[in-house]
Design a protein around this ligand. Structure first.
Ligand SMILES: [Fe+2]
Ligand SMILES: [Fe+2]
Length: 228
């Protein structure tokens, strides 16, 4: 029994957006994901940290979720910037019930418990978002989601999962970092960084929080073990 995490699977079984065009790091990635996730058992938990499927709707993503469902581990899925299929929690639940999917839940305005830990998270906020209109409103909404999730942890030590890095060479999201500090987050894993941007990642200890990049191509599509 162990907790694992990986972001950015970018599955495209029904979307014609295979990531293989982005070079050797993505060669045969769906098969490599199949092999690595086959190692996980029904007692294991896997956090998928955003950019899970390229589908534009739940229907278009069905093949990707069916692919994930074949692995018996429990999966908590948070939102990435490319999850265009994302719908309300109620719609996702109905979609899973209709298709007989029993291993997946959304990590969104909530938290889950794993052993002595709370698993919290949300999409987060990044440089790209700052260039879009209405950014203050979207940032505030994200901060509220993150705080709702962190507060749900109660007294449990927190493992936080974000899609966007809160800290990056040339960028820091002070508002997200303030929440990590306020809730004394023990570990924060994030995805989103691919290819050449990986070298600008910041990992290791920030104040009392351990930061790690967990994008699929960075991990070689082998999920990172967070704890037993
Ligand atoms: Fe991504
Ligand atoms: Fe992303």
């Amino acid at each position: 029994m162990a907790l694992y995490a990986m972001g950015d699977l970018h599955l495209s079984l029904n979307s014609n957006k295979s990531m293989e065009v982005f070079g050797p790091a993505w060669d045969n990635y769906t098969e490599r994901i199949r092999v690595s996730l086959s190692e996980l058992t029904a007692d294991d938990v896997l956090v998928l940290a955003g950019d899970t499927s390229w589908g534009m709707s739940l229907e278009e993503s069905e093949a990707d979720f069916r692919f994930l469902e074949q692995f018996p581990c429990k999966k908590y899925i948070l939102k990435g910037n490319h999850d265009y299929w994302w719908a309300t929690a109620a719609k996702f639940k109905a979609f899973c019930e209709k298709n007989g999917f029993i291993t997946m839940e959304l990590l969104h305005n909530n938290c889950f418990f794993y052993g002595d830990y709370a698993i919290c998270g949300t999409r987060g906020w990044f440089i790209e978002e700052e260039q879009k209109p209405h950014n203050a409103k979207v940032l505030n909404r994200e901060l509220m989601r993150l705080e709702t999730s962190l507060a749900a942890a109660g007294e449990k030590p927190i493992l936080c999962f974000l899609h966007y890095p809160p800290l990056y060479q040339g960028y820091r999201c002070e508002e997200v970092l303030n929440l990590l500090r306020k809730y004394q987050v023990k570990q924060c894993c994030y995805g989103h960084l691919h290819g050449p941007t990986i070298k600008r990642r910041i990992e290791g200890t920030w104040e009392k929080t351990e930061l790690s990049l967990i994008s699929g191509d960075y991990l070689g599509f082998i999920p990172k073990k967070i704890c037993d």
